[in-house]
Design a protein around this ligand. Structure first.
Ligand SMILES: [Mn+2]
Length: 318
């Protein structure tokens, strides 16, 4: 499916819709899901957002954007979901039943019956925004807030290289709807819990440098999570710690999910393609932000990842 008109027509033809997104949903995943759900509900359709895992506390208020509706599903729509393997475990039963996929990941696996992928969109919420007029929905404060949260989240508050004039244009129009941008951005980017500061301390201590500091790798274990009683859903944002260091072009953060099983976040400077790196490990994502999973003992994994990246980029290990 190539045209946004077709996407709008398809959504118009659907009813009784379950919306799903990726595990540990971020601002763009939740903004897309809740804003789309509210738009569909405004059209008189039955729609619900299925959230398997607990969502980050800072996003909990977004559940209030929609009216809770109970119904049996006719259609499953995914948003911001690059691969059906990224569904949270309790939603895995829908993995092969997705009717429509709306996404902006360049690595999207086109797992649904119909797929609308626009990798030029900085955030999936930019695609959802474009549907407002096509679906003849009246935008309101909640739809606007959800979409703004998504765009601001995925552009790192309009700082990342994926940010376009369109991101700013849409944000300006959303501001006109009364979105409290400074309050939202403070919540998204400035405020940190004490627990997060403890986690950041551990990640800072664990940093290892490769190839004269062009590659930095850090990790956090299940034990650390247990010791500080921190939930995985509270940890978004930690992936950017190593890439913030001056001179680092590839920043890797490993997070232990289950014993010896790590979720790996790849962040890169503009000279390096993060999606290519993640692909070497059967993962994917965007040009500057991607991810994959890996199993093994932490020191061995770190060396394996470093060696693979250095070989791929033709860097020497010094
Ligand atoms: Mn996204």
């Amino acid at each position: 499916m190539n045209s946004i008109n077709d996407l709008a027509q398809t959504l118009k033809s659907m009813n009784n819709i379950y919306i799903v997104t990726h595990m540990f949903p971020d601002g763009d995943a939740l903004g897309s899901a809740f804003s789309l759900c509210r738009m569909l509900q405004k059209l008189g359709k039955k729609a619900a957002v299925l959230l398997g895992n607990e969502i980050s506390k800072k996003f909990e208020f977004m559940t209030g954007y929609i009216e809770p509706q109970i119904f049996n599903e006719e259609y499953i729509v995914s948003v911001d979901l690059a691969s059906n393997s990224l569904l949270e475990s309790s939603l895995e039963k829908y993995a092969y039943k997705i009717d429509l996929c709306i996404d902006h990941h360049i690595s999207n696996r086109k797992f649904a019956a119909l797929n609308y992928i626009d990798s030029n969109a900085a955030a999936n919420c930019e695609i959802i925004y474009d549907l407002i007029d096509l679906l003849n929905v009246q935008i309101d404060k909640y739809i606007a807030e959800g979409l703004y949260i998504g765009i601001s989240s995925d552009t790192g508050c309009f700082r990342y290289s994926n940010t376009t004039y369109k991101s700013h244009e849409i944000a300006a129009k959303l501001m006109k709807q009364g979105v409290a941008v400074s309050k939202i951005n403070e919540k998204l980017f400035t405020l940190k819990s004490r627990k997060i500061l403890e986690i950041e301390k551990i990640l800072n201590q664990n940093i290892k440098y490769f190839s004269e500091g062009k590659c930095a790798i850090t990790f956090i274990t299940l034990k650390d999570f247990e010791k500080h009683e921190i939930k995985d859903s509270e940890c978004d944002g930690i992936a950017s710690i190593p890439i913030r260091i001056e001179g680092v072009n590839v920043g890797i953060t490993l997070r232990e999910k289950s014993p010896d099983n790590y979720k790996v976040s790849v962040r890169t400077s503009e000279e390096v393609n993060a999606n290519d790196i993640a692909s070497l490990f059967e993962g994917g994502g965007h040009f500057r932000a991607a991810g994959f999973s890996i199993q093994g003992k932490i020191n061995e994994i770190i060396n394996e990842i470093a060696n693979t990246i250095l070989t791929h980029l033709g860097w020497k290990n010094k």
